[in-house]
Design a protein around this ligand. Structure first.
Ligand code: BGC
Length: 517
């Protein structure tokens, strides 16, 4: 709390009384379905794109290229339409984030999740019933809107409803669920690829499962106390707080939320506030971390693993099978992060992973240089195993570092009054760079060939240097003390953190408090 602060809430560092109640456990399940949905959509498109029945129906040219012995291996899947099938979801998602920021604030987290669920369900229907490319893309766009709304509301819902002491764990759990969703999609694709000619429809339809779960849970959930209080329902907010904390002794936490929501409500233009000088470092870190996360090249693997394995000369079955292996490594390695992130710190994980990712990417480029000639279309067993090992090594290092931290660090740096707008920027930047990468990858593979992995290797060096010089450690720092403890002490960012802005905030809060009593 700032100096000369308010007596209305608990002293800094004070633990509020909170039990892990059934309603909190249910909320975790909700987060699971939100993350699962995002992950399933990430994972499903690559497998489906490598299925011949699907290509025959929507992308006959790609199918012809695939069987064409003459054409370059690197260019078999280079088709703008096919890339649009994957990337349209992200374009829609990033646009809808701004609407989601509005609904999250004005209508609440629960309603925003319901809107997401509705988008998901209609999107799945379009995709599963698609008879032409238009229906397919419309379906993906609707799913993208679902992703935009869900990724805005679910993490916010979670961090507001979670008892403070398990908030960090729950945040990484969201990423864990993304990876489980990707793995689930990979396994489904492996099974449905054997069902002709409609296996791909089943793959796309099964996205309905997490969508229905998210919608049903949102129907039965209460909104968060923070949202209820912010929207002028303090009595209900207090009742909900008592219920979720499993105790009547909630006054210190209730007062803190009341105070925070009043400050937040007084900020009329949260997006404009983001541009204020003292928020610029946070904005820069958020956008850059999300950009760097995508520049690792992770989604070349997550979206296109089966396509990539086919390009490398794997048979169809082996390609899907290998995608299941990388998906499993992804999910398991995320657990490492859940366990270590609050112990060894964010910077250490990112820097270690930088070295591991760099070596894997260079190794991958070397293997492709040696083995994937333009027209060879077979990789012998030993080389194939080597490729899978290198890719798993790369995926695992991403999964315990940039995967969760790309989301966690932005979510823990913004002050309350700009946290929701900051979360929108984080989701939006993630989806924007995901879109750019998804749209460009197959063309880059065609033109850059194995250099594509060297491009990512160079990016990893740049982002690791950035971490070394510009990313402060945020481990174990209470969220509301971030400005004083971290940013004002950082050799570079401290110049943005003059006291003017902060004292303005204290003054503002004090005025509101005086008005309240
Ligand atoms: C990224 C996604 C990526 C996934 C892989 C997430 O953190 O935002 O783009 O596909 O991790 O597990």
């Amino acid at each position: 709390m700032p100096a000369g602060g308010l007596s209305v809430s608990a002293p800094p560092g004070m633990e509020f009384e909170a039990k892990i109640t059934p309603i909190v456990v249910t909320s975790c399940v909700m987060a699971a379905t939100g993350g699962l949905m995002f992950g399933y959509d990430i994972g499903v498109s690559g497998g489906v794109s490598s299925m011949e029945d699907f290509l025959r129906e929507f992308f006959p040219t790609v199918l012809r290229n695939k069987h064409d012995k003459e054409g370059s291996n690197y260019c078999k899947f280079n088709d703008q339409g096919l890339q649009l099938f994957t990337s349209s979801l992200y374009l829609a998602g990033l646009t809808s984030t701004f609407f989601a920021s509005y609904t999250t604030r004005q209508l609440g987290r629960r309603v925003t999740m319901l809107i997401a669920g509705a988008f998901f369900i209609i999107g799945v229907i379009f995709n599963a019933a698609a008879h032409n490319l238009g229906m397919l893309i419309i379906g993906r766009i609707l799913l993208g809107c679902g992703v935009g709304f869900a990724n805005q509301a679910v993490p916010l819902f979670l961090s507001e409803i979670a008892p403070p002491r398990i908030r960090g764990g729950l945040n990484a759990l969201f990423q864990l669920n993304i990876t489980v969703g990707i793995l689930f999609a990979n396994i489904v694709n492996f099974g449905t690829s054997k069902i002709h000619p409609w296996g791909w429809r089943l793959s796309l339809s099964l996205a309905g499962l997490p969508a229905l779960l998210l919608t049903a849970s949102a129907l039965f959930m209460v909104d968060t106390p923070n949202s209820l209080i912010e929207r002028g329902m303090p009595e209900l907010g207090k009742a909900v707080l008592k219920k979720i904390r499993g105790t009547d002794n909630v006054d210190p936490e209730f007062n803190e939320i009341v105070e925070a929501s009043r400050v937040a409500r007084n900020v009329k233009h949260p997006f404009r506030s983001l541009l204020q000088r003292r928020n610029r470092p946070l904005l820069a870190i958020t956008v850059l971390l999300q950009m760097f996360q995508q520049m690792t090249g992770i989604n070349a693997i997550m979206f296109y693993a089966p396509v990539l394995f086919t390009t490398l000369g794997f048979k169809a079955d082996a390609a899907l099978y290998s995608a299941v292996i990388t998906g499993a490594v992804n999910a398991l390695s995320t657990l490492v992060s859940v366990y270590t992130v609050d112990r060894v710190g964010r910077r250490m994980l990112l820097l270690d992973a930088g070295v591991q990712m760099f070596l894997s990417l260079v190794a991958m480029a070397v293997v492709m240089r040696i083995k994937v000639t333009d027209n060879s279309d077979n990789l012998d067993r030993d080389w194939a195993i080597m490729v899978v090992v290198i890719i798993c090594n790369f995926v695992s290092s991403f999964a315990w570092s940039w995967g969760p931290l790309g989301w966690l660090i932005p979510s823990e740096t913004f002050p309350l009054e700009t946290r929701s707008a900051g979360q929108s920027i984080s989701v939006c930047a993630n989806l924007l760079f995901t879109f750019v990468f998804a749209q460009a990858f197959l063309s880059m593979l065609c033109h850059l060939k194995y250099f594509i992995f060297l491009f990512s290797a160079v990016s990893v060096v740049v982002m690791s240097l950035f971490v070394l010089l510009f990313l402060p450690e945020t481990k174990n720092v209470p969220i509301e003390e971030m400005a004083d403890t971290v940013w004002k002490r950082h050799w570079f960012w401290k110049r943005f953190m003059n006291d003017e802005g902060n004292s303005h905030r204290v003054g503002e809060a004090n005025n509101i408090y005086s008005a309240a009593i």
